[in-house]
Structure formats: structure tokens, C-alpha cells
Write a protein that binds this ligand. Structure first.
Ligand code: G3P
Length: 223
């Protein structure tokens, strides 16, 4: 499973890429707004320079014609852009046009297998089931990821699943077990993924054992 960062924060993206584990980014209007009153185009272009893989950039229009016009402009900003379009009738109509123009579309705000089936039929490159938001209303968000990945793999369809609205490291585990192609994770969750108390204990014990016999020369004990 590949990891994308679900953020528009440049420093967080830079750090994730530096760690060698982040190959794409997903943004949305809420995430961009968190960065303050920024120039959307400049911000997206900066992100695209930092991260090698696709940078999902959302359209703001709610009608197909507007979505298409926005998407045509957005794809001129960088080569590694995927346009995020909502799983609505207008979104499908826009996707049909954009796919013919070889634009990579990420169909977002997906909350059902039926929406994912339509996204795949429309030729979307990615479909993004929102796990946490389904959990929030008492549904099983990860079951949707299981259902979509099983469906796509059964029919050998090329659309890739981005498990989105990930809230904690256990969501990442389940997404990987479900066979999601990608999980897009908040920066905080990315940092949590590496943590394990036994790793910290092990690192300290190795250093202590070494130092007891060899002395501290050449090794810096962890704090
Ligand atoms: O990738 C979608 C994500 O940004 C939504 O997350 O936590 O607002 O449901 P959340």
C-alpha cells in the first residue's frame, strides 16, 4: 500500500518526502483553508515540486461545466496533478469529459460501493472512500474499502482505491489488510505509524549493553 499525505502543509509534506515514505498528496478546500488565505495555484505548484507522485487538487464548482473548466486550468499548473471531483451526477459528467482528455481524476467524497462502481465505470484513476466520516455516523467505513477493493480486483478494473478520511494508525492497518492501493493519511497519523514502545526499549537496551562493555566511545546513547 502506498502512502499519500492528506494535507496542504508544505513543511509536513517536505518532511514526509524526506522520510522516503510519501509518494503523493491529497488536498481539499478545507485542508487548503487551514493554511490561511493562500494563493491556491502557488501552493499547489509548490506541493507538486516537492512530492513525486500525484497531487490531488479539488475543483470548487458544483456543476459539470465549471468543474471541467477548473480542471483544465488546474492541470496546467504541474504534470503530477490529479483533479479531485466529487461523486455526484455533475461530478460523473465532468469525469467523463476529463477522462477523454487524459486527465487523472480522483473521485472524492465516496460513501458507497455504488458510487465507487460509477467512478470506475467513468474511468476515474482513483476513488476515495471516506472511512472516518462513515465511522462518525455509526457505519463501518473500512468495510466500504474492503467492498470496493474486492469489486475492483474481481473485475480487474484499473481504478485505484485511496482510503481517505483516515483518523488513526489502526485505520492504516485495516486499509492495508483490505488491499487498498493507497492510504492518504494526516501528518499526525504518519508520525504515529512509526511509534512502538518495544522499538524504543530495544534501541535503548542495545546502546546500554554496548556501553557497559565497550564504553560510550563511538556511540551516542538515546535520550
Ligand atoms: O482525504 C479526505 C480527508 O481530508 C477528510 O478527512 O478527517 O475531514 O473526514 P476528514
Amino acid at each position: 500500500m502506498r502512502l499519500f499525505l492528506d494535507t496542504a502543509n508544505i513543511e509536513h509534506i517536505r518532511h514526509g518526502v524526506e522520510l522516503g515514505v510519501v509518494s503523493g498528496v491529497t488536498t481539499n478546500p478545507s485542508l487548503v483553508s487551514k493554511e490561511g488565505k493562500v494563493d491556491y495555484k502557488t501552493l499547489v505548484k509548490d506541493i507538486c515540486c516537492i512530492v513525486p507522485g500525484p497531487v490531488s487538487t479539488e475543483v470548487l464548482s458544483q456543476e459539470a461545466a465549471g468543474m471541467v473548466a477548473e480542471a483544465r486550468e488546474i492541470v496546467t499548473w504541474a504534470e503530477n496533478i490529479a483533479v479531485k471531483v466529487p461523486c455526484t451526477l455533475e461530478g460523473l459528467k465532468a469525469t467523463a469529459v476529463l477522462v477523454r482528455e487524459h486527465v487523472k481524476v480522483n473521485m472524492t467524497l465516496c460513501f458507497s460501493l455504488n458510487q465507487a462502481i460509477l467512478a470506475a465505470e467513468a474511468g476515474a484513476t482513483f476513488v476515495s472512500p471516506f472511512v472516518g466520516r462513515l465511522d462518525d455516523i455509526g457505519e463501518d467505513g473500512m468495510q466500504l474499502v474492503v467492498d470496493i477493493t474486492r469489486y475492483l480486483s474481481y473485475y480487474k478494473l484499473p481504478t485505484q482505491v485511496i482510503a481517505a478520511s483516515i483518523r488513526h494508525p489502526a485505520h492504516c492497518l485495516s486499509a492495508a489488510n483490505a488491499g487498498a492501493h493507497i492510504a492518504t493519511v494526516p501528518y499526525k497519523v504518519l508520525l504515529q505509524m512509526v511509534e512502538h514502545p518495544l522499538t524504543d526499549i530495544g534501541v535503548r537496551r542495545f546502546a546500554d549493553d554496548w556501553n557497559k562493555v565497550m564504553g560510550t566511545a563511538g556511540i551516542v546513547p538515546p535520550k
